[in-house]
Design a protein around this ligand. Structure first.
Ligand code: NAP
Length: 256
């Protein structure tokens, strides 16, 4: 939309205090890419709100952050499959009460669902994947917009995938949900473009060594893939001040 054409978050090298003073909420922060980005944000001195469904995983990330000389961490347990309006309202109220505003929102949590043909795809599973990957991200964004608007320079970052940019056989609801995320991101970026400083973008992490990747490619040698820790810099670029004015874009965390 503007400035996004020349911006490449893969060139970014965060400084030690790149996110100083910023509060950033990350979904799916207990494992995989979400955990790595949460640790990297805290290392860059952000206050991180760790959202996820499994409390013990969030507590482990919280402990890692607390043990370091870095930003702070706060846990907010939320199952995006089961959360109702009251749960979203409670989370938004807690963020405002504790921090007074929100400077970054990373939608990272997702369900893979099944890899199967559209002809055979289980309808209830399709609904679950769409709910976690799209509807919950929409609802969380909507309820947190007032807190984002209180920031002088906020970021919303949605997580996409290569199959959310070009369809591929057998990726079913997951691919459809990632296309929907691209649409949600562009629509919100356009709506907010003229009236606020909030930027809205998507990032495709690319093949990364996580539990979801193992589930999608059980026969693959995971050791050959980059660790989540090695792809965090582009996330920090799109969550931090360096991406001011960059909105409506679709970015990659890795070079292919
Ligand atoms: P992961 O390790 O499986 O992490 C997924 C995260 O989502 C987990 O923390 C999980 O929490 C959370 N989550 C799932 N269902 C949830 C729910 N109902 N409520 C709250 N949290 C929920 O996978 P990942 O690879 O790091 O994936 C992170 C993002 O990158 C996803 O959006 C994925 O689509 C995207 N992506 C990954 C790759 C790759 O190669 N890894 C490639 C392209 C895109 P629990 O741990 O508690 O289950």
């Amino acid at each position: 939309m503007n400035d996004s054409i020349d911006f490449d978050p893969r060139n970014y090298q965060p400084t030690a205090a790149a996110l100083e003073g910023r509060t950033i909420l990350i979904t799916g922060a207990g494992s995989g890419i979400g955990r790595a980005v949460a640790l990297a944000c805290a290392a860059a001195r952000a206050n991180v709100v760790l959202v996820g469904r499994t409390l013990r995983k969030l507590e482990a990330v919280h402990a890692e952050i607390s043990a370091r000389d870095s930003g702070t961490a706060t846990i907010a347990q939320l199952d995006l499959e089961r959360a109702i309006a009251k749960d979203y309202d409670t989370l938004a109220a807690a963020v405002l009460a504790r921090f007074g505003r929100l400077d970054g929102l990373l939608h990272n949590a997702a369900l893979l669902g099944n890899l199967s043909a559209i002809a055979d795809y289980d309808v209830p599973l399709f609904t679950r994947v769409m709910h976690v990957n799209v509807t919950a991200a929409f609802a969380l964004t909507q309820v947190l917009l007032p807190a984002l608007k209180k920031s002088p320079d906020a970021r919303v970052l949605f997580t996409s995938s290569s199959v959310g940019r070009r369809g591929r056989a057998y990726w079913g609801a997951y691919a459809v949900s990632k296309f929907a995320i691209e649409g949600l991101s562009q629509t919100l970026a356009h709506e907010l473009g003229g009236s606020t400083k909030i930027t809205v973008n998507t990032i495709n992490p690319g093949a990364t060594r996580t539990a979801m990747r193992r589930q999608a490619y059980p026969a693959e040698d995971l050791e050959k893939l980059p660790l989540p820790e090695s792809i965090t810099a582009p996330y920090l670029a799109l969550l931090g001040p360096v991406s001011r004015g960059v909105t409506g874009g679709a970015f990659d965390a890795q070079r292919t």
